[in-house]
Design a protein around this ligand. Structure first.
Ligand code: 4JM
Length: 420
């Protein structure tokens, strides 16, 4: 019985769930393609070394890594960005810039502490490489909002909290925290909201920050509008200038209803360098729906020449929870349009001829393969959500006719195969 279970933390997608997943992915694809992004993919298995970073991120601590039969350390990808970086670096100079690519990879995690949490999810990734300005970050926000719009979520229901890594960078510079501490501080600061204030202070203290530094960080992270941020960071703040120009461009796209500045957004990945953002349901019940930001120095961390880059990841689980809570999950029918049914086995070749003709026209046809009663066929056609039942019956077929029943209206007619 235990091997009927599947690996812990993994999901099966029965057709009902698969229809929903395909629906979700179709909107991921459509939103990206509407904005001129192209789809790519990479293997789920990578060299483990692609993910080893020093800043103490959860994503690295929870790596699904193992030794393969050749003794090589490999890992199931926990995120797509390193694979994308590898692909870009492998064709450095040969790819026309900017690159605007998206993907919907399955990503994996493995926690030593077993809490019955999921080990895999699908994460829509949308990235732009080779474009240094906030225009590119705003383009990503436009993709994101267009997705929300498509699935029927309004700015009153989901909001995108935006900040910049430069905010924390400037704060740390001002209190004299060393540059190499920056990534590690970001990882801790990302968790601040989940920790008690004392715990948070203790963790920052462990990184060598003194009480003044900690108090300054906590104050700036509590800010929710750009004017107060400008007062705190000074008139010449690059972070403020960046965020103001981001807002001006977002205004052009009509996106500002979705956006709010939130100084506490830093994201839990080491590699971000500029604007960062997270989308949340405004009721505040769920975890972040998606997150992303600019990561201009990732390639040099792999020993390559840097290229500006920005992107986001959007998981399949929280959004489906949110849509479910809001009663916004679509009722999805199967794809069968016609059910073809022979009333007796002698008529099966004729039924196959009819089914073949319909399929040649591009109709989705389910042919009843077994000997069944008409009642069963009607119920089956209804369950399939089919539009029509095509009946091969002895008397009608003797006259060269097929009985066609419209399942919505109940209307019946007799039709020659050529006219189907
Ligand atoms: C999951 C897989 C990979 C990451 C996070 C979560 N990075 S499964 C929910």
């Amino acid at each position: 019985m235990s091997d009927l279970q599947g690996v812990r933390g993994t999901r099966d997608f029965y057709p009902d769930e698969m229809r929903l997943r395909s629906w979700l992915f179709s909107h991921f694809r459509a939103a990206a393609q509407l904005h001129g992004f192209e789809e790519y993919d990479a293997p789920v298995l990578e060299h483990e070394a692609l993910y080893t970073r020093k800043a103490g991120e959860d994503i690295v601590g929870q790596l699904y890594g193992f030794e393969d039969k050749g003794g090589r350390r490999v890992a199931l990808r926990p995120e797509m960005t390193p694979s994308l970086a590898r692909m870009v670096l492998a064709r450095a100079g040969a790819l026309p810039l900017p690159i605007k690519w998206f993907s919907i990879p399955q990503c994996w995690r493995y926690e030593r502490m077993q809490r019955g949490r999921g080990r895999e999810h699908y994460q829509w990734n949308v990235d732009i490489w080779g474009s240094a300005g906030v225009e590119a970050d705003v383009e990503l926000l436009a993709v994101l909002c267009s997705f929300f719009d498509r699935v029927g979520l309004a700015p009153a229901e989901v909001g995108i909290r935006v900040s910049s890594r430069k905010v924390l960078q400037e704060v740390l510079d001002s209190v004299g925290v060393a540059g190499e501490q920056f990534a590690a501080v970001c990882i801790v600061v990302d968790k601040l909201g989940k920790l008690l204030p004392d715990e948070a202070a203790a963790q920052l203290g462990k990184l060598g920050l003194d009480n003044t530094a900690i108090a300054t960080i906590q104050r700036v992270l509590g800010l929710h509008d750009l004017d107060t941020l400008a007062a705190a960071l000074g008139d010449d703040s690059g972070a403020v200038a960046e965020l103001r120009s981001l807002w001006a461009l977002a205004e052009g796209y009509g996106l500002t209803e979705w956006l709010e500045f939130d100084g506490s957004i830093v994201r839990g990945l080491a590699y971000y360098t500029g604007p960062v953002f997270e989308a949340h349901d405004r009721s505040g019940e769920l975890r972040a729906v998606c997150g992303g930001g600019r990561y201009d120095r990732l390639l040099s961390s792999f020993g390559g020449k840097d290229l500006p880059a920005t992107g986001f990841g959007f998981g399949d689980m929280v959004i489906l929870e949110l849509l479910k809570d809001r009663g916004r999950l679509p009722q999805l029918a199967g794809s069968v349009q016609d059910v073809v049914f022979a009333l007796n086995p002698e008529l099966r070749p004729a039924a196959m001829d009819v089914a073949g003709r319909l399929r040649a026209q591009g109709r989705s046809v389910d042919l009843v393969l077994e000997e069944k009663r008409l009642k069963w066929a009607l119920k089956h056609a209804d369950r399939c959500g089919a539009e029509r039942l095509l009946l091969l019956a002895p008397k009608e077929w003797e006259r060269g006719l097929v009985k066609v029943r419209n399942l919505a209206s109940g209307a019946e007619s007799e039709v020659v195969p050529d006219a189907l």
